[in-house]
Design a protein around this ligand. Structure first.
Ligand code: PEP
Length: 281
C-alpha cells in the first residue's frame, strides 16, 4: 500500500472501466440489505436513471442481534446481478463474511453471464478477521472495500489492509464508517471522516466514507438537510473518493437499518449535492 514494501506503483486501480483513485469520486447508493426482487429492481433502476454505474447491495448481513434479519444470502445473488446488468450497474459493493460467500458470488455471476462486477466488502466486524482478509487478498478477480473496525486504531486498520495487499491484491478502497465512542456521540457512531486526508497521506488507497452507518439516522437538521447529507458533505469536502450510502424505496419497511436510509426520490438531489460540494471545495 506504499507504506512497507512499495508493492504498488500507481495510486488506486481500475475495475470494469471505472477508476478508483485518490483523485476520483464514486458514489455507491443502494440497499443496505436486499429484501426482495422488487426493491432491488426499483433501486437499480433509480441509480441507473441517475447515470450512476456503482451501487451497494447487502446479501449477507452480519447483525448485532441473532434475531434480526440476516440477509437472503446466495438465494438473492442471481437476481441481484441480473438486475444490476439490466440497469447498467458495473460494480456492486457487497459484504462477505466467509470464504464460501466468495464461491457463491463467483457461481451466481457465472450463472447469469457476468453482467456486472463485485467489490468485496469486509465489514467493520471482520476488520481484523485475518483469515478472511487473506482470502480476499489471494484473489485478484474482485477489488476489496475494507471498512475500518468500529473500535480499532487507524494503525491497526491499515495493517489489516496490508494483510490483503501482502497476499497479492492491492485493489483496495479504505472505508471510514464511524467508530464506537463512550463520549455520548449524538450519532450512531462517532464520525471519523477527519482521517480521510491522513489515510491519503499515509497510503496510496482511495478513501471511502459511509455517512449512513456513521450518522445512523436521517433526522432533519435545522437547515432542512438530513444528518446523512451533512455527514456526506463533511466526507466529500475533506477529500473522500467514494461514498457508500443507504437508499431504500420504502425505508419504513426496510428489513435492515431503515432509519438511516434515504428514499429513492431523494437520490437525484443527493447526487447533485455531492457534485456541487466536490466542485466547490
Ligand atoms: C454495511 O455496510 O452493510 C455494514 C453492515 O456496514 P458496517 O460493517 O460498517 O457496519
Amino acid at each position: 500500500l506504499g507504506r512497507h514494501n512499495g508493492q504498488v506503483d500507481a495510486v488506486g486501480f481500475e475495475y470494469r472501466g471505472i477508476r478508483f483513485g485518490q483523485d476520483t469520486l464514486n458514489v455507491f447508493p443502494g440497499l443496505c440489505a436486499v429484501d426482495n426482487r422488487e426493491n432491488v429492481e426499483a433501486t437499480f433502476k433509480a441509480i441507473g436513471a441517475a447515470g450512476v454505474k456503482t451501487a451497494r447491495m447487502g446479501a449477507y448481513k452480519p447483525r448485532t442481534s441473532p434475531y434480526d434479519f440476516q440477509g437472503h444470502g446466495k438465494d438473492c445473488l442471481p437476481y441481484v446481478f441480473e438486475l444490476a446488468g439490466k440497469y447498467g450497474i458495473e460494480v456492486v459493493a457487497m459484504e462477505i463474511t466467509r470464504e464460501q460467500h466468495l464461491d457463491e458470488i463467483r457461481e451466481a455471476l457465472r450463472q447469469v453471464g457476468h453482467p456486472t462486477g463485485v467489490m468485496l466488502q469486509i465489514g467493520t466486524r471482520n476488520a481484523q478477521n485475518f483469515e478472511l482478509l487473506k482470502v480476499v487478498g489471494q484473489q485478484k478477480e474482485f477489488p476489496v472495500l475494507f471498512k475500518r473496525g468500529m473500535g480499532i486504531t487507524l494503525e491497526e486498520a491499515l495493517n489489516a489492509c496490508e494483510y490483503v495487499a501482502s497476499e497479492g491484491n492491492s485493489s483496495i478502497v479504505f472505508c471510514l464508517r464511524g467508530v464506537k465512542s463512550h463520549l455520548g456521540a449524538p450519532h450512531r457512531n462517532m464520525i471519523d471522516f477527519a482521517h480521510v486526508p491522513v489515510i491519503k497521506r499515509l497510503t496510496r488507497m482511495p478513501v471511502c466514507v459511509d455517512p449512513s452507518h456513521s450518522a445512523g439516522r436521517r433526522t432533519i437538521t435545522p437547515d432542512g438537510m438530513t444528518e446523512i447529507h451533512h455527514a456526506t458533505a463533511e466526507g466529500v469536502i475533506i477529500g473522500a473518493n467514494m461514498v457508500l450510502v443507504d437508499f431504500h424505496p420504502d425505508p419504513a419497511h426496510a428489513l435492515c437499518d431503515g432509519p438511516q436510509a434515504l428514499t429513492l426520490e431523494e437520490l437525484p438531489a443527493f447526487l447533485d449535492d455531492v457534485r456541487l460540494v466536490r466542485q466547490t471545495y
